[in-house]
Design a protein around this ligand. Sequence first.
Ligand SMILES: Nc1ncnc2c1ncn2[C@@H]1O[C@H](COP(=O)(O)OP(=O)(O)OP(=O)(O)O)[C@@H](O)[C@H]1O
Length: 515
Amino acid sequence: MVAQILVVDDDPVQRRLLKHAIEQHGHEPHLAENGRVGLEYLKDVVDRIDVVVLDLMMPEMNGLEFMAALADLGTDIPVIVQTGQGGIETVVEAMRAGAFDFVVKPVSPERLGSAIGNALKLDQKEARAKAGRRSRSSHVRFSDIVSASPAMDRVIDLARRAAHSDIPVVLEGESGVGKEMVAKAIQAASDRSGKPFITVNCGAIPANLVESILFGHEKGAFTGATERHVGKFAEADGGTLFLDEIGDLPLDTQVKLLRAVQSGEIETVGARQTQKVDVRLISATNKDLIEEVKAGRFREDLYYRLNVYPIAIPSLRKRKEDIPVLVRALAERLAHEQKLPQPLGVSPRALALLTAYDWPGNIRQLENAMFRAVVLAQGHELDVEDFPQIAAQVPGYSINAEGAISWGGPARHQAPMLVEKPPRVFPDFAERYDTQEAAVPVSADKTPDIIPSLGDDGDVRTLAEVEEQLIRFALKFYHGQMSQVARKLGIGRSTLYRKLKDYDIDPDHPFRDVA
Ligand SMILES: Nc1ncnc2c1ncn2[C@@H]1O[C@H](COP(=O)(O)OP(=O)(O)OP(=O)(O)O)[C@@H](O)[C@H]1O
């Protein structure tokens, strides 16, 4: 299908790049140099345009104003917004205003192509079919890894190449980023596809059983060994052994593992002879293994044996572009698994909330939040109310006694949030802050992150005044993350809550007094 794509961007170089990328994917680009021109054009041909690719930062009419005007036209053309590096607040605004997806500049033709494909609902249909197929089975292909970010493209590219050989791979990344999923995809794309894929969580086995679990034991090898036991190495013969949390392996077992890796032979506990095995090893760690080596907890020789081909999987908060596609794919998959009568959508407000959150537990946490939301869902669409725990942790959202969630900023399709930043003397501060609120307590000629020792009367200020100002500052600085604020201030959470009460500080709006 040749789709008609309207590009609205004030930068001529960007327009040209986007034009080429769109043509590369076989679609027809239409170019507008600003929001006003784009809007006029749309009024004439609104039925012909399939997708809008929109720059957010434009003079005259910015991206959010454009989106509000688009909504007034009563059209639901999907809009893909473009943002600069680090412009996540703006992206959240755009998602809230109904943007379908966002891409980070400079966007690769591939990423743009897949965003357009998704917007045209082509990929979504495929994702639905894929989601239904995959369910929670152990067979994972690379195409099951839902992603949209260049960072994950790199991971997948490296992993695909690793699948061509038996090279030992170490997957590094925080818990829940998808290490096991990538390991399974490597196996499925390799010659060992269809052979066993055996997972051992090295951190979850009692130290005295690790060796027997990995290498097996003969009957009577030790007290309690009433039966012969086949170890995981032997079980994985011909296939792949996935050693999760490899950094937790006890040192004496590391010696045996090294021997097995070097010789391709295992010593079953209590057996007289060694046994030859053909196993591909993929290890995973959420620890910095080299630090473990330095600390003497991980053998250096084993480290070099296993770590021939490291692949680092970034945490979800470092690849927020993946969040909207993951959310949509999970909603589809979980609705299918829960046998809901119809597919489940996700509202722009909910997408904005989920994109704003940092997901310390990564995709596993996102999956759990989506699971809970899908199970409890009542309508056709998930909304912010379906994610109360997440809303409670994102600054700006508040929950009333009835459980309704509201956001401190302007409503959907309302006046633009992309306020031009006022000229500021302290660029670093301006970057970290929502300038409007932060500007309240400090006069323009004072550095905002310096807390003065003298008051207006020229006397030293009271400790309480300084403390109050520091707490307000810390809340803003750490985006209202209470645990972090308490930790950084060196006080307990309950003390922090008490002080918020004493000083009448609203943690969501620290520079505003509680009404
Ligand atoms: N890109 C992705 N697309 C779809 N689902 C994903 C993706 N990444 C992870 N998941 C899902 O998230 C969950 C966690 O992934 P996985 O178990 O692979 O993470 P992990 O890094 O191995 O975690 P841990 O270190 O805690 O074992 C799984 O249910 C997995 O299917």
